[in-house]
Design a protein. Structure first.
Length: 265
């Protein structure tokens, strides 16, 4: 692992300049494309990595290797050369190697980006188990993965931090609550009525062959709950077949924040 030198700072209570060796002993790292000695087996690879951290009896090292293989589901392939491993197996071996020292912080760079759906599932399940005892800090562009396994999210645009919050707070959306209505019928008059209401901020329209979907952002949730459907159906020309508060996905939040940043620039 390469640590870039900084002028000052601490990590895990250690000074990054004077105590960098102590930091390395407590941090694990997996690159996006892990590299191995292809002729070595998974067991030999983990044994080799473990010896950098453990000076105790050989039996203790072997126990740690067995534990790591079991964690990532490679016990059955422990003694096969790595050259025959699939992409998902290589990634799982990389995670096993990165956490061989029981790190306090595990840093993963795009851990599932190049994997098929089954490989991604396996890696995310391993991360779910590891997060019970280790802080995992990882980068990815796969927002579904972030939403599945993360407690806290930071969003960067061109290296600038534009948002950082617990994922539940981000998924709650902005100050504006949004309702989604699915309708059939003539909606133009209903649209006009809604746009005249002071509690309606914006209306996004999706017109489909058999129905129309509106996403209505409001700044007064109580009034919206009481009046929204009634206003839409007031003239009897619209049939509301679906109504509810929009559940945000992380992708929605990401796009909104990046677009806001672009408009502010």
């Amino acid at each position: 692992m390469v640590f870039y030198k900084g002028e000052s700072g601490t990590l895990l209570g250690y000074d990054i300049v004077r105590e960098s060796i102590a930091i390395r002993q407590r941090v694990g790292y997996l690159a996006q494309d892990p590299r191995f000695y292809e002729q070595m087996t998974a067991r030999e690879t983990l044994r080799f990595a473990a010896r950098f951290f453990y000076a105790g009896p050989t039996a203790a090292i072997e126990d740690r290797v067995v534990e790591a293989l079991d964690l990532v589901g490679l016990t059955g392939k422990a003694d096969r050369p790595i050259r025959g491993f699939s992409g998902g197996e290589r990634q799982r071996l990389g995670i096993a190697q990165a956490q061989i020292n029981h790190p306090d912080v595990l840093i993963l760079d795009e851990p599932a980006a190049s994997l098929d759906p089954l490989g991604r599932r396996d890696v995310l399940e391993i991360m779910q188990r590891l997060r019970q005892s280790t802080t995992i800090f990882y980068s990815t562009h796969l927002l579904d993965d972030v939403q599945r396994v993360s407690d806290r999210v930071a969003i960067l645009k061109q290296g600038e931090l534009i948002a950082q919050a617990p994922i539940d707070a981000l998924l709650a959306g902005s100050d504006k609550v949004t309702y989604e209505l699915t309708m059939q019928g003539e909606t133009q008059a209903a649209y006009t009525r809604l746009t005249q209401q002071p509690w309606v901020s914006t209306i996004k329209v999706e017109a489909l062959p058999d129905r129309t979907i509106w996403q209505v952002a409001v700044n007064d949730e109580r009034t919206a709950q009481a009046q929204l459907v009634a206003l839409v159906t007031a003239d009897g020309l619209v049939n509301v077949i679906g109504f509810g508060r929009k559940q945000y996905e992380l992708e929605d939040i990401f796009v909104s924040l990046v677009e806001e940043k672009n408009h502010a620039s």
